[in-house]
Design a protein around this ligand. Structure first.
Ligand SMILES: Nc1ncnc2c1ncn2[C@@H]1O[C@H](COP(=O)(O)OP(=O)(O)OP(=O)(O)O)[C@@H](O)[C@H]1O
Length: 205
């Protein structure tokens, strides 16, 4: 499925952040967002994932085809690693969690409560959830935070396999993952106004 964003204007908390941004993400392709802190990478990813509306512009590509991994891992602390994955698999009408456990070397941790994991282990579990969703478009915000070198390699391998199977990935990262990917620097699209244009999205804080 092709994801197409056309002439987007985006705001955060009612303040314009980006304007005039367009891109196309084809199946089997990865697109990496670059830009300094505060440039609007998270705002763009949240909008693409359907967590907030665009002020202007269009996004085509069904939102239910997108799996989003943001800064928060969104894990259920009182469920085990295995139960977390089974929960998410069921949400997406799926059952097989073995590829997710394999991809992030989670078998030794499968019966641990998610709340007892280290930051990097939690991140591995959070990223492994992408594999049980079956969604073709991955939208990822700084996915490698807290990961050690081996885990970054696991993530890069998971993305590579996802692309090879016809999926796509849009991600904000400062790490070189060794993937063939287009890069879009959002700096030229920063909105220069501080005018408030709409309702706050504080509900998403
Ligand atoms: N809830 C909010 N209310 C108002 N402004 C916000 C809110 N969240 C973020 N912002 C502002 O919106 C702008 C874009 O933030 P965003 O998080 O999208 O940037 P980013 O490129 O992802 O930054 P970083 O690299 O630091 O993660 C920043 O100026 C930020 O301070």
């Amino acid at each position: 499925m092709t994801l197409k964003a056309s002439n987007l204007t985006l705001a955060r908390g009612g303040v314009p952040v980006l304007t005039g941004l367009s891109f196309v993400l084809e199946p089997r392709a990865a697109l990496i967002l670059r830009g300094p802190n505060g440039a609007g990478k998270t705002t763009l990813l949240r909008t693409i994932a359907g967590l907030q509306p665009a002020v202007e512009g269009e996004i085509s590509g069904a939102a239910d085809q997108i799996a989003y991994a943001g800064h928060a891992d969104g894990l259920k602390a009182m469920l085990t690693v295995r139960e977390n994955l089974m929960f998410w698999a069921q949400v997406f009408g799926r059952h097989d969690i073995t590829p997710a456990l394999d991809a992030y070397a989670l078998h030794p941790l499968a019966d641990r409560l998610a709340g007892t994991l280290s930051a990097g282990q939690k991140r591995r579990l959070g990223l492994s959830r992408l594999l049980v969703t079956g969604c073709p478009i991955w939208v990822l915000d700084e996915p490698t935070v807290s990961l050690d070198t081996d885990a970054v390699a696991m993530f890069a391998a998971a993305v590579r396999a996802h692309l090879a199977q016809g999926g796509s990935a849009l991600m904000a990262t400062h790490i070189d993952l060794g993937l063939e990917a287009d890069v879009i620097d959002i700096t030229p699209y920063r909105a220069m106004t501080t005018l408030r244009v709409g309702a706050s999205d504080e509900a998403f804080l």
